[in-house]
Write a protein that binds this ligand. Sequence first.
Ligand SMILES: [Zn+2]
Length: 422
Amino acid sequence: MSEDLGAVIDEIMKSVEGDVSREDVESNLRKFIDYGVPVEQAKQAVIKKYGGKQAVQVVQKKLGEVEPDDRRLSFIGKIVAIDEREVEVRGEKKKIFRGLIGDETAVLPFTAWKDFGLEQGEVVRVKNASAGEWGGQPRLNFSEWTEVEKTDEQVDLIKRKPQHYDIIDLKPGLSNIEVKAKLLTMEEREVSVEGTIKKVYTGIMGDMTGKIRYTSWTDFGIREGDVVEIKGAYTKSWRGAPQLIFDENATVEKIDEDIAISEMSKKSIPIYKLVEAGGGVDVAVEGVVIEIQSGSGIIYRCPKCNRAISEGVCPVDGEVEGIPDLRIKAVVDDGTGAVNAVFNRETTEKLTEKTLEEFRGMNDGEVEEELKNLLIAHPIHVEGNALSDEYGVTLIVQDAEMVTPAVEQEREELLSKMEVME
Ligand SMILES: [Zn+2]
């Protein structure tokens, strides 16, 4: 014991300067040790007491090896995020910096108790940091005694585990996505990217919850009809709807599993999901019609460009002989959100059980009255593609039907059963 302490005292003597007696150092050291302070910590405390430079025994670690009680840590990491905030320490306002630092083994949160001038994306060599625990994970502390210096070394960050999404939950701006889906359609195209011809694969994929347009920038050897698991994809907004994109940074694996797609087009989704996604492919919603907008009923289209015209004048082609058409522009609301819905002639005729010719026999007021009576405040199921523009999300209706309230449906079923019994 005393032999061990002799070596420790030697080290302390080397670290402190000026007139310090060996006896004083020893008695101070013993005091700490008698109080149960571990030898290493006692040594540091005595050195500090005499104003010596702490003999920093650096512990070089990868961030993935850091444990919550580590001291005198040294490591190299990349600043992933940094955020300045003001806190009150003993009644005094103090600026602290919180952020994330990472290397190829982990990304850890840190708190810097002074301004090291850290910037996002920088690679830094950190000496004499410590670790605490926060939410069961190590959290690094950069204190007054921590040294931080910028370095030119490269740090590749650990790859985050991709996050699994159902297609219904995809919206523009997500990254590192994992989805399992069936490739419902696939087209191969060639595009020129910075002078070189690249093959791209586009189409629509679906799972049990919905469909989305996709683009693959790499030939993964996948074909229409395949069920695939994609990891590391991202989303962007394309022509007013979300699109899933994957390239050589993603992994795509064909899996031996089928996904039942047939049922899903009938399954309606909450409208807020559609608004959040900013559109979608082949979606269905159910809500109540709260408004019939102007431009509904009989309209005339330009024979050359198909635009809706007014008073026989096309904004592009001038005076033309308009072709009559039928449409409804409505707002459908399900309590979670609202979308514009545009019904073409076919769906309008189906819903109203009236033909274009029959509508042409009525005046504008009668047509409006007819549409309002039929639709306003009535529940409706609509399907189609949804796009977003400056007016919000618009569903281009491909199919629609009035929703029969459950009570009426039950009564009808009951009646038909009675007919069978007779
Ligand atoms: Zn025209």
